[in-house]
Design a protein around this ligand. Structure first.
Ligand code: GDP
Length: 206
């Protein structure tokens, strides 16, 4: 499925704009600048992405991507969808914006039956920050399974990656909905991409 080109289906700024529930979904979440766009780009070949991603305002939307070539008619639905969640953790974000983010994301997490797993991206240089913890609280509360993905591991040395993996694993132990395995990736060097594709495939077929 990752060999096919994918297309941008739609951006949903609020619940009522979500596409109807259909195929199993996985979502990607993370602080702004964590490397989410780069990772999604590295995972899937996207047609027409540049155009859509440059649209201002898209940042606060849930963006849906599906493999190309399915009509959407009965019986011809794409086998899965990937949702790019709006980044969080802008230092200067006004409280109203943070609240709007939280409300939309929590509504989506709690209400979306077809959502199989959230991949929570953590910058390998920074580790889990307070706002990541807050998002994990939301995920635990919504009882949505999530898996941590370290990004930009090319920026730290291999022993530091090992240390971070161990520390992060320990942090996840006490969390109800966290998946124990962590995927270490670098979009730049192509590290961990096959592992991540496998994790996605397992999440949607579970
Ligand atoms: P987003 O805001 O989470 O979508 O982050 P982007 O994908 O736009 O990436 C933010 C910055 O991190 C950009 O300058 C990227 O070039 C850089 N970046 C993303 N992934 C990697 C990576 O794997 N390795 C390195 N060294 N830099 C990366």
């Amino acid at each position: 499925i990752f060999l096919r080109p994918w297309v941008f289906l739609r951006g949903a700024p609020a619940m009522k704009f979500l596409p109807p529930e259909g195929p199993p979904e996985v979502a990607f979440a993370g602080r702004s600048n964590v490397g989410k766009s780069s990772l999604i780009n590295a995972l899937i070949v996207q047609r027409g992405l540049a155009r859509t991603s440059n649209t201002p305002g898209r940042t606060q939307e849930l963006n849906f991507f599906v493999p190309d070539g399915y009509s959407g008619a009965d019986g011809d639905l794409p086998p899965m969808a990937i949702i790019d969640m709006p980044g969080y953790g802008f230092a200067k974000a006004p409280k109203a914006q943070v609240d709007a983010w939280t409300e939309m994301v929590f509504d989506y997490l709690r209400g979306r039956v077809t959502l199989k797993r959230v991949f929570l991206l953590i910058d390998a240089r920074h580790g889990i920050k307070t706002n990541d913890e807050e998002v994990m609280d939301l995920l635990d509360k919504a009882a949505v399974s999530y898996q941590v993905v370290l990004t930009k591991i090319d920026k730290i040395k291999p022993p530091a990656v090992e240390k971070l993996l161990a520390a992060t694993e320990a942090q996840l132990k006490r969390r109800a909905a966290a998946f124990p395995e962590i995927v270490a990736t670098s979009s730049e060097k192509g590290h961990g991409m096959d592992e991540l594709r496998d994790a996605i495939a397992r999440a949607v077929t579970d």
